[in-house]
Design a binder for this molecule. Structure first.
Ligand SMILES: [Zn+2]
Ligand SMILES: [Zn+2]
Length: 386
């Protein structure tokens, strides 16, 4: 860590890392609108068609952009400004935001910074070129809600920033970096509901999580681990040294700590035998499928025999987690589960409770990610440039 601090200090004199500061986000991904209206929220904008200035967008001026025969038709309420193959909407002042409303849908979405619009399969491809910290605050609000302690927003900011930079080639073939849906990270709008979210982002500005080789980590998280987090290889195929199982008592009193799922014995045995070839007519195996109560997380039902992965049962039956006991009363089967989500990495409800009890965001991240370092992005630029 001392080396990193030295490097961090040295890197202040090096490149500013501009490439890490702006992200291209595909808005309305998978449900691209054919027509939108836009107007300035904060500040004001310049609108360009095919690279040439068309107009200034300020105050209450409303602009309509529509895919017409594969080109973008631009008009205000009073004037048709022509058709173009590309439209850019660039802020004139820092802090400008644009309200976008897809025609025929409810509500507008407001985003900071710049926009590129192109025709896309009869609809509009809308890309938000956004300063990373503006994006991070928007994602934190969408992913964590607006009622958490500020220290928790710092945790989620660092995770979100790390994830975004680690996955920024995900949509390269589509001409942007990340989408705005749960496929990447949910980004509905700029953060507006709680000033602590923006403060949490600013107080961790540029901080990301790296492993011992200074590579950005896969900052996996889930809603509630039920008391035990998982090793990465128990859920996915790859073993990552920083995603290790651990006991977590911080999340046991939460909404998502427990769940129940009921079915019939016939359905349960049918499912196990048809889908997994489970020997339901063997006494010992049948007994385990009816009475199973783990002390901590196991990975297979009938570990020494049929080895049915709990994660597969979770997927097949749509359970909230892969961590549950099995009990039966006459012909009814009850699965009593713990936690919500895959269980790998940071447990959000546990982290929220740690934040409420006064732990720092760094303590919390080190609790859930093993042997990682928190560094400024400029450190990564330094290593990449050298
Ligand atoms: Zn995506
Ligand atoms: Zn937990």
């Amino acid at each position: 860590m001392r080396l990193l601090i030295t490097v961090l200090f040295a890197s202040l004199f090096l490149s500013s890392g501009a490439s890490n500061k702006v992200l291209q986000i595909g808005l309305f991904w998978g449900e691209e609108p054919t027509e939108i209206t836009v107007q300035a929220g904060e500040g004001n904008y310049t609108v360009l068609g095919n690279g040439k200035e068309l107009m200034q967008l300020k105050g209450g001026t409303i602009l309509r952009v529509k895919n017409t025969n594969g080109l973008l038709q631009i008009r205000t309420l009073s004037e048709d400004l022509g058709t173009y193959y590309s439209v850019e909407i660039n802020r004139n002042v820092w802090g400008s935001s644009l309200k976008i409303q897809p025609t025929g849908r409810k509500g507008s979405h407001e985003y900071y910074d710049n926009f590129i619009i192109k025709p896309y399969r009869g609809a509009l491809r809308i890309i938000n070129e956004v300063y990373i910290e503006h994006y991070v605050a928007g994602v934190v609000e969408s992913e964590a809600g607006s009622k958490e302690p500020r220290e928790y927003y710092k945790v989620q900011s660092v995770i979100c920033r790390t994830y975004a930079l680690n996955n920024r080639r995900r949509h390269e073939a589509e001409g942007f970096q990340l989408c705005d849906k749960v496929h990447c990270q949910v980004y509905h709008r700029r953060s507006m509901s709680n000033p602590d979210i923006v403060k949490g982002t600013q107080e961790t500005i540029g901080i990301v999580i790296v492993d011992s080789d200074i590579n950005l980590v896969n900052a996996a998280f889930h809603s509630n681990c039920g008391g035990y987090t998982c090793n990465s290889e128990d859920v996915w195929s790859s073993k990552l040294e920083y995603l290790r199982e651990r006991v977590d008592e911080n999340c046991l009193e939460e909404n998502h700590s427990y769940w129940r799922y009921a079915t019939t014995k016939n359905k349960w045995f049918d499912y196990l035998s048809v889908k997994h070839g489970y020997p339901v007519y063997e006494n010992e195996a049948a007994s385990e499928a009816l009475n199973y109560c783990p002390d901590d997380r196991d990975h297979f039902l009938n570990e020494d025999g049929a080895r049915v992965p709990f994660k597969q049962i979770r997927y097949d039956l749509g359970l909230l987690s892969a961590f549950f006991s099995i009990d039966h009363v006459q012909d009814s089967i009850i699965l009593e589960g713990r936690g919500y989500g895959h269980g790998v990495g940071l447990c959000q409800e546990g982290a929220m409770n740690m934040a409420k009890r006064g732990y720092s965001y760094a303590d919390i991240l080190h609790y859930y990610y093993k042997n990682v370092h928190l560094v400024n992005l400029s450190v990564i630029d330094f290593f990449r440039a050298n």
